[in-house]
Design a protein around this ligand. Sequence first.
Ligand code: SF4
Ligand code: SF4
Length: 340
Amino acid sequence: MEKVRLGRTNLYVNQLGWGGIPIQRVSEDEAVSVIQAVVDMGVDLLDTARGYTNSESRIGLALQTTDREVVLSSKSLVRTDRIEDEVRISLREMKAKKIYLYHLHNISRPEDYEKVMGPGGAYEGLMRMRDEGRIDFIGITSHSLDVLKRAVEDDHFDVIMACYSFLEPDADRKVFPLARAKDIGMISMKPFSGGVIEEPGPALRFVLAQPDIIPIPGSETLEKARANWEIFTQDHFLTRRDQSYIEALRRELDHQFCRRCDYCQPCPEKISIQHMMGLRYIVRRFGRSAEELDWFHSLIEKARNCTECGDCLKRCPYQLPIPEQIRKNLAWYDGLVKQG
Ligand code: SF4
Ligand code: SF4
């Protein structure tokens, strides 16, 4: 299988990468054996984050048992130059001498972008880490295509990571052409739209059909990892059956699926609407380890303050029933906690 060049990084990797969210919800032994198998299959780009609880340390344990070269990618939510400490922790957790790609994680509001790029911001910290040889390339991940477009135009990043799937295809129009023109590497996060798309074939072939975009589907079982790899080793064009599936799912979810565009913001109660809309998928992907995360707690507590003012309803281009969905998702989550 011919390797793909990840833009100006000049790193060559297989077009199928791997994402480290789901392994948080299985035991350590299971996680380590899945990562070992994924690397043995030939996956050579492993993505994780400081925010994915034990994901980095599990990758570190698995990589101690192999000599295979992999491109490690991690990220941090810290917005100041204290991100340097985060890089040091990532290195320690993954038992690595160097992390090839380090991203500013989830920069989805213009004010976050200003902060990370300003004096004393996280970008400065990552540049120092790069000068010290602890990381090689700086990337940015965002759910906002407007922020990503600005990041690409400003041209400070070697890699970008955007949500891209057949349910969320807009990056292909708004961001990828610009990134391509500047030779910036492109990674597709959430190729299954965070677990909404259940059939891996159409989901992966949709992304893989673009030869310079690297999807990083996560997998916590050997079966899922093998299924993804098998799809990758076959032809990447969409079959007629794929196209019917895609059209049917797009029709079915048209007025239900949150595209994470944030057009509904700002919420006066500072509720992260897109995360509350996808709460069930977050819990499904992270498992109960989500409860250990500060941002998850804050998400739930802020959502309880929804006044049902309806401001967001006027702004959502897809007419999604936001306050009603937030209420239902909170009730569902509270039921889950009660069950233990
Ligand atoms: S209805 Fe709730 S989520 Fe929507 S803007 Fe008002 S407080 Fe925020
Ligand atoms: S609720 Fe609507 S406007 Fe808000 S992020 Fe989702 S799709 Fe976009």
